[in-house]
Ligand binder design. Structure first.
Ligand SMILES: *[C@@H]1O[C@H](CO)[C@@H](O)[C@H](O)[C@H]1NC(C)=O
Ligand SMILES: *[C@@H]1O[C@H](CO)[C@@H](O)[C@H](O)[C@H]1NC(C)=O
Ligand SMILES: *[C@@H]1O[C@H](CO)[C@@H](O)[C@H](O)[C@H]1NC(C)=O
Ligand SMILES: *[C@@H]1O[C@H](CO)[C@@H](O)[C@H](O)[C@H]1NC(C)=O
Ligand SMILES: *[C@@H]1O[C@H](CO)[C@@H](O)[C@H](O)[C@H]1NC(C)=O
Length: 416
C-alpha cells in the first residue's frame, strides 16, 4: 500500500523519467515544458588530487584564426597572465566533430554539424572520470533544462544554445543514463554550483552562439571571455589548484593549418610558466591525454592514446612528448567513418575500432570497457601517433615526428 507521500514521490519519479526520454531532434513544446518543470540539475562533487591540477575548466570559443585571436586585446592580456600554448591544434572542420573529439577521442568521420547519436559501446571521458569517481559536468549557456537533447534552443529564431557545441550529449552512453544527463546543465546552474561550492573537477563550458563568436566576431567573444573570467579569477574557490583552458573549436579559414589560439590560466599554472609561451605540439586530443595523466586514468584507445601531454605534466610523469614537423600538417579534414556526409571525408559504415593494447602517453593503458568491447579486433588507425592521420584518405600523411628519449635514443617516424 502506498502512502500519499510515496505515491507523490513515485509519480514525480515517473514524470522525471518520461520527461528525460525525449531524444528527438525537435522535442514538442509540451515535452520541453514538462521536462523544465521536473528535471533537476545534478551536481556531484569529488576531490581526487591530480599530479598537476585538481580541477580542469575547458572553455571553447568559435571559428577564429590564430592571428585574429592573438590580436584581440582582451585575450592577449588574459593569455599573458597564464601560459600561451602557441602550437595547439584543432582536429578537423567544421565545429561538431571537434567538440565530439574532445569527449570521444575521435571524429568518427564526422564532416558536418548534423544531429548525431553515437552508439553506447563508444566510450567517452565520462567513463574515464567514473573509474575514479571524479565529478564532471558541462555548462551550456541557454540549455533549457539539464540533459536537453534537441538540436537547438530556442528551436527557431536567433541561435542561442546549439547541440553541435555540446560534446557529451552526442553519446548514447551519456543520454541513456538519467543521472549523467542531469550533469549537463546551463549557466544558471554554473553560478549556483559556484556559489554552493559544488563545481565538478572537470567541466566543459560553452557560451551561446553570440558570446562564443560564432554569429559575431572576436570582439564579442573576447569581451565575453574577459567579463566571464576576470570575476572568476578573483574567486579563490574557483581558481585554487584549477587549470582553465581557453581555446577555439577550429580556425575560421579551412585552407590553413588548424592551429588555434589557446592559453592556460588559473591557480594550477606553475609560477615560472606564467607569462611565457609553450611551443609543444598539442591538439584537442592532448587534453584527454593530459586529464588521464593528471588523475591516473586509462585511455579511450583512440586519438587521445598517442597525444602529447601538457609539458610540465609530461615532466612529472616521465613521458617524453613528440616534436611534430607541422610544415605539411593541416588537420583541416578527417578520415573516413560512419558519421561522414561525404563532404570532406568518405562515408564508411563501420565504427572505427580503438586500440586495446597500447600503454598510451598517459601510461595507464586502455579503459577496461573498451578492452572488453573490442577484444581481438584490429585497431582501425594508428592511434599511438601524436596526431591523427589516415593512409587510405591521405589525411595528414607525410608529416614527420620525432623525440629523444632520456637515454639518448631517438624515435622518429613519418605518417604514411
Ligand atoms: C557497437 O554498436 C554498434 C551500434 O549498435 C554496432 O553496429 C557495432 O557492431 C558495435 N561494435 C562492437 C565492437 O560491438
Ligand atoms: C537553466 O536550467 C534551469 C533548470 O535547471 C531552468 O529552470 C532555467 O530556465 C534554465 N535557464 C536558462 C537561462 O535557460
Ligand atoms: C546570448 O547570451 C547573452 C547573455 O549571455 C544574451 O544577452 C543574448 O541575447 C544571447 N543571444 C541570443 C541570440 O539569444
Ligand atoms: C585543407 O587545406 C588544404 C591546403 O590548403 C586544401 O587543399 C583543402 O581543401 C583543405 N580542406 C578543407 C576541408 O578545406
Ligand atoms: C604507429 O605509430 C607508432 C608511434 O608513432 C610508430 O612507431 C609505428 O611505426 C606506427 N605504425 C604504423 C603501422 O605505421
Amino acid at each position: 500500500m502506498f502512502t500519499k507521500q510515496s505515491l507523490v514521490t513515485l509519480l514525480g519519479g515517473l514524470s522525471l523519467a518520461l520527461a528525460q526520454t525525449s531524444s528527438s531532434e525537435y522535442p514538442s513544446s509540451a515535452e520541453i515544458s514538462a521536462a523544465k518543470a521536473t528535471v533537476q540539475p545534478y551536481s556531484p562533487v569529488s576531490n581526487v588530487k591530480g599530479l598537476a591540477f585538481n580541477r580542469f575548466v575547458n572553455i571553447w570559443l568559435e571559428n577564429t584564426d590564430f592571428d585574429v585571436a592573438a590580436g584581440n586585446e582582451n585575450l592577449a592580456v588574459l593569455a599573458k597572465k597564464g601560459l600561451l600554448l602557441n602550437n595547439f591544434w584543432a582536429v578537423t572542420h567544421p565545429s561538431e566533430p571537434n567538440y565530439c573529439a574532445s569527449a570521444g577521442g575521435d571524429t568518427f568521420g564526422m564532416d558536418n554539424d548534423d544531429f548525431h547519436q553515437i552508439p553506447a559501446n563508444v566510450s567517452t571521458i565520462a567513463d574515464l572520470f567514473d573509474t575514479k569517481n571524479i565529478a564532471w559536468g558541462e555548462y551550456q549557456e541557454a540549455l533549457p533544462y539539464p540533459g536537453y537533447q534537441g538540436y537547438r534552443y530556442p528551436e527557431s529564431g536567433a541561435n542561442d544554445y546549439v547541440r553541435k557545441h555540446n560534446p557529451l550529449i552526442l553519446f548514447d552512453s551519456v543520454t541513456q543514463d538519467a543521472l549523467r544527463l542531469r550533469q549537463i546543465k546551463n549557466f544558471t546552474s554554473f553560478y549556483d554550483d559556484l556559489e554552493h561550492h559544488r563545481l565538478p573537477q572537470y567541466m566543459f563550458i560553452t557560451p551561446n552562439m553570440t558570446n562564443d563568436g560564432h554569429d559575431t566576431d572576436i570582439t564579442v567573444s573576447g569581451a565575453w571571455t574577459w567579463n566571464f573570467l576576470t570575476e572568476l579569477l578573483e574567486n579563490d574557490y574557483f581558481t585554487k589548484d584549477t587549470l582553465i583552458m581557453l581555446t577555439f573549436d577550429e580556425t575560421d579559414t579551412y585552407e590553413i593549418g588548424n592551429n588555434v589560439f589557446t592559453f592556460l590560466l588559473g591557480g594550477a599554472v606553475p609560477e615560472d610558466l606564467r607569462g611565457t609561451e609553450d611551443d609543444t605540439f598539442y591538439s584537442h586530443y592532448s587534453v584527454i591525454a593530459s586529464l588521464s595523466a593528471n588523475w591516473g586514468l586509462p585511455s579511450l584507445g583512440r586519438w587521445d592514446c598517442g597525444a602529447n601531454l601538457f609539458s610540465w605534466l609530461a615532466e612529472k610523469t616521465g613521458y617524453v612528448n613528440y616534436d611534430v614537423d607541422t610544415s605539411n600538417l593541416y588537420m583541416n579534414q578527417t578520415h573516413w567513418g560512419p558519421l561522414s556526409d561525404d563532404d570532406y571525408s568518405e562515408y564508411y559504415a563501420g565504427w572505427p575500432v580503438p586500440t586495446t593494447e597500447a600503454s598510451c602517453s598517459a601510461g595507464n593503458g586502455i579503459l577496461s570497457a573498451v578492452k572488453q568491447t573490442y577484444k581481438g579486433l584490429t585497431a582501425t588507425f594508428n592511434y599511438t601517433t601524436p596526431f591523427p592521420y589516415d593512409s587510405r584518405s591521405g589525411n595528414n600523411v607525410g608529416v614527420k615526428y620525432s623525440r629523444t628519449l632520456k637515454n639518448g635514443k631517438v624515435e622518429s617516424g613519418v605518417s604514411q
